[in-house]
Design a protein. Structure first.
Length: 722
């Protein structure tokens, strides 16, 4: 994995319920046309019957959202219940209800996920799923198109839902780490004119404003969806954030069966007073445990010029053609860029007493350019009594990364984490040209067939051929390394539906992932490592009922290992084996109570590796996690709901050599919302208090890298719908 201070850095479900709708509300929800989300009428898949949370009902009434459908790349669009994989979907309604603005909080209610950074650092994007860090190059998608995620915190206000596909997904999307895929799906034009505005506040003093409007024009031929967001203020650890973002989704009904779509996202995000993570050298660190965790409120910044700036641009356009009742074709093209620069501190911890050396790391300017073109044909036919649902297509991706020709990484003085921080001014040169550091191209051809033998039994088989080329370059534009491979990555799964809305499955998938770029603290800094192969076997079950649901999975992942060896080289060598069990469910109880729970148990070992870590437990993986939520829709006060969440994260090894532990911790979060009307307009008030007990804890980024956990934080929001 690429550590973040290198120049090239390294469903959740709120309380579910089935509230009674007024007659007018039931009529309104029932008359929302299938094309409300910009999908063609006769080509829209029938959504699964869904429970309706208060937040979900608000979205249905205001924006006419359809039930989320899993978008599986080469697998096509399917109900999550019909897929042999573990999937989590967080809707825009849930994002609003929990006032989520960061990826670290977005998936915090799933026990298979560990977030690896603070939202006010450039590790905000970093997520580990099933013990495996997601691939910066290919692990994050927008509408199924790749986005180079390094250092980016995407504007969640612009997305209809965010889907997490767990496990290896080489067939669906090509190169990718076996942890999974996160796919952001943009908000689509609404059938009726809508307008909402909300304003929020979070401690210490961050204010935010957001506008969401959509509708159709010119006899409903053209549709639009516009989102604008601004956020500014002082963070809980003394930094200052300022963010502007905007997104626009449009479509045009060219013909009854032909739809043109386009989406654009831009974000400018600046943070001043930036502090990164602590790190240690386990070969010299004189203890088997970390210092006591300090408060997340403490301002650790000592360099006055610390800052991080990022700019994000994403553009995509496509055509969707319903050829017939059973066949459809879509083609799309996407282009994305992100620019970044930073001056930030990394803290090298020396002992349990909290002494550390502060290193100033700079990146005057770096950026990336990512493009994809893709075409997919989906359809169904019969051969005798056997039904075939097929998906076939082709894709091309090209990624170019640019790094500064000069940067700095220098020790600017010693500090103690328990003592007042001493200012350390330092003169640096933050001007530099850039050079092409990396280029990769991949062309993929794929085919899948879901063969249904009876209403109970089906078999999914798929294969992808990829032509992958990767080149690294020096500042003189001389190629320093090249890698070319033509893998064939299969997937096969058997699905059994013993009763309605229940699936039992077993699946095997294979994937290759980019090796990443080595961080600056290693002797082979900036080296691009060769791709890594992984295999996953998963057995699971999913069941959905009107008042409860339950999903469970057992999995085993075998993956090429990456680690720092005894000579301080970051290498790919040997294998890691991950094994785990996850269970997610919810139940509606009497008197408006709803219980949800997510449980994860996992272990991982190094095999056939450097003798110094052979047989060790893999780092940064909690053996046990559990997220429990109790929600009550308070019947005595219509429109009022309250939730309590308890998040437990077990202890984990902090390094591959198994020298020190990162302690476990428990967090309590409380949330309430109240929905009412002012005249004909809906108004919603929300409040949340995270980490109620102000627990001090360590979070983990990667082997030997960790960060101070977030303190008690207040979130307030008021929303007005026209």
């Amino acid at each position: 994995m690429a550590i973040a201070h290198a120049q090239d850095t390294a469903q959740a479900t709120t309380g579910k319920t089935r509230p009674e709708l007024r007659k007018s509300d039931r009529k309104k929800a029932a008359t929302v046309p299938a094309s409300a989300s910009g999908t063609l009428r006769h080509g829209t898949p029938a959504p699964a019957k869904a429970r309706t949370t208060p937040a979900r009902r608000e979205e249905l009434e205001v924006h006419g959202n359809a039930t989320p459908v899993f978008s599986g790349g080469a697998l096509g669009n399917k109900r999550p219940l019909d897929t042999p994989f573990s999937i989590r979907t967080v809707t825009s309604a849930e994002i609003q209800e929990r006032q989520v603005k960061s990826l670290s909080r977005l998936l915090s209610q799933d026990a298979s996920v560990v977030t690896n950074g603070d939202t006010y650092s450039f590790n905000a994007y970093s997520v580990t799923v099933r013990g495996v860090p997601l691939d910066d190059y290919n692990g994050y998608k927008i509408n199924g198109s790749p986005f180079y995620m390094t250092t980016v915190e995407l504007p969640l206000e612009s997305f209809e839902n965010v889907q997490l596909l767990k496990g290896a997904s080489g067939y669906m999307y090509g190169f990718n780490a076996p942890g999974g895929i996160i796919n952001y799906q943009t908000k689509k034009p609404t059938e009726q004119r809508t307008f909402s505005v909300d304003a929020g506040y979070s401690s210490a003093a961050i204010a935010s404003e957001h506008i969401d409007t959509g509708g159709r024009l010119f006899n409903k031929v053209f549709g639009y969806r516009l989102n604008l967001t601004h956020e500014k203020g002082e963070t809980y650890n003394g930094s200052h954030v300022e963010r502007y973002s905007g997104s626009l989704g449009v479509d045009a009904r060219i013909a009854k069966n032909l739809l043109w779509t386009a989406d654009a996202i831009y974000q400018d995000r600046k943070i001043r007073g930036l502090v990164q993570d602590f790190f240690i050298d386990p070969t010299t660190y004189p203890s088997n445990s970390l210092p006591a965790a300090i408060s997340g409120n403490k301002d650790l910044n000592s360099y006055p010029g610390s800052m991080f700036t990022s700019h994000v641009l994403f553009l995509t356009t496509g055509l969707k053609w319903d050829i017939s009742r059973n066949w459809k074709f879509h083609v799309d093209y996407s282009h994305s860029q992100d620019w970044r620069s930073y001056q930030s501190e990394w803290m090298s911890l020396n002992n349990r007493q909290g002494d550390y050396d502060s290193y100033l790391s700079t990146d005057p300017r770096s950026w990336s350019d990512y493009n994809q073109a893709q075409g997919i044909l989906e359809g169904s036919f019969h051969t005798g009594f056997v039904k075939h649902d097929v998906s076939l297509g082709a894709t091309w991706q090209g990624l170019t990364k640019y790094l500064p020709t000069s940067s700095e990484y220098v020790n600017i003085g010693s500090q103690n984490m328990f003592a007042p921080i001493i200012p350390r001014p330092w003169a640096i040169n933050n001007e530099s040209s850039v050079y092409r550091n990396y280029r990769s191209d991949q062309v993929g051809l794929f085919l899948s067939d879901t063969v249904t033998f009876t209403p109970q039994w089906s078999l999914l088989a798929g294969v992808r051929y990829t032509n992958f080329q990767q080149n690294s370059y020096s500042a003189a534009d001389v190629r320093t390394a090249a890698y070319k491979v033509n893998p064939v990555t299969p997937t096969v799964a058997l699905l059994y539906h013993p009763v309605h809305n229940m699936t039992v499955y077993a699946s095997y998938v294979q994937a290759l992932e980019n090796g990443g770029t080595v961080g600056d603290t290693y002797k082979n800094a900036r080296q691009t490592l060769a791709p890594i192969r992984s295999d996953q076997v998963e057995v699971g079950a999913k069941i959905t009922r009107s008042t409860w649901d339950l999903t469970g999975a057992l999995y085993r992942i075998t993956r090429g290992a990456q680690y720092a060896n005894a000579e301080n080289y970051y290498v790919s060598n040997g294998t890691q084996v991950y094994q785990g069990f996850e269970l997610n469910g919810h139940v509606d109880l009497p008197l408006g109570f709803v219980v949800t729970d997510s449980l994860g148990i996992e272990s991982s070992k190094y095999k056939k590796t450097d003798p110094s870590i052979q047989g060790n437990t893999a780092e940064a993986i909690p053996t046990f996690q559990n997220m429990f939520t109790l929600t009550n829709n308070i019947q005595a006060v219509p429109g009022l709901s309250a939730s309590a969440e308890v998040h437990y994260t077990g202890r984990m090894w902090g390094d591959a050599m198994n020298v020190y532990h990162i302690p476990g911790y428990t967090l309590l979060n409380l949330r309430a919302s109240y929905r009412t009307h002012i005249g004909k307009h809906r108004v919603t008030f929300r409040a949340e208090l995270d980490n109620v007990a102000n627990t001090h804890y360590w979070g983990v980024l990667a082997s030997d890298y960790f960060y101070v956990g977030a303190p008690r934080t207040v979130y307030l929001n008021a929303r007005f719908d026209l």
